[in-house]
Design a protein around this ligand. Sequence first.
Ligand code: A3P
Length: 325
Amino acid sequence: LKWQDPISSAEMYFRKFPEERVPVWTNPCTDPRHQAILPPSYNCSRKSLPDLLILGPQKTGSTALGSFLSLHPNVSQNVPVPGSFEEVQFFGGQNYLKGVQWYMSNFPNSTASTTVIYEKSATYFDNPAAPKQAAALIPRAKLIVILQNPSQRAYSWYQHLLAHKDPTVISSGSSLLSILSTNSTTSPMWKIRQRCISGGKYVQHLDKWLEHYSLQQIYFVDADELRNEPAKVLTSITKWLDLPDFPFETHIRFSPSKGFHCRLIDGKTLCLGGSKGRKYDEMAPELREKLDEIFEMDNSALYKFLKKMRLKIPDWLQEAVRGRA
Ligand code: A3P
């Protein structure tokens, strides 16, 4: 046995157990011993943690879903966070180190009539650290996952990078097809390839969430249904969340100029900004074929999973699986 000062013994400890460097936050308000020693700035009597996480993944219509859900008078969400597309991006990211009180401070808007607080962060779904961290803090939360054809999702993500003039995409002048054909895992193009593909590997990521949440806590939305019939989708989600009925159909309108449904507030049509629902050419058949080939096994795994769990299989998935049979 030897004596070490606390700092060097902590350094030794974390050298030995590097995975423990990141703390795991639990809810201090659920433990009376913690409550007794909390600073007064912690107000445990106010609802300040989300009951619902919209997991995305990115490019599936998650912003539209959140904006429609916020129309419900008993729903509130986080205040916009600057620098991260208004998202809190707490679990599995740098913000996690800011602690629980920081996370709670993003939900100041709940009132006596709020029954559901939600947040939507596009960084959660395919983040390996997010499920464990989320379940430690909000184990009873409900989760929404939007099922979008992964080929379409990858193409939308590529369009997003093009619109943001991503240096790798712009400098190489690369088409998505050539990016997908990259096999040098150290090249910047490989990173782009992975970003386009990762979120579409549904079952791989769902398995991680299901290690920490039960299937009953997860609601699956078909992205095509959300795009074409948002009021119907929102009505079903409302039921699942045990919220009072709300006439979404009178608050959501299709905008022919936008080509998408938008909110109708005080007689004004409010659509999402230009970065959501972009206008671009349809995917070329050769590119679709390549993407469908990349996602063949993932789509088949998702099909089997949904079938086994007796969940609705989206039309796009039926077609994708049938098309490659
Ligand atoms: P595109 O801009 O490529 O068409 P997310 O918010 O999860 O990142 O998803 C963005 C995608 O949401 C858009 O991708 C668009 O296709 C889809 N979407 C679905 N419903 C929409 C709506 N009502 N308004 C705008 N975009 C919508």
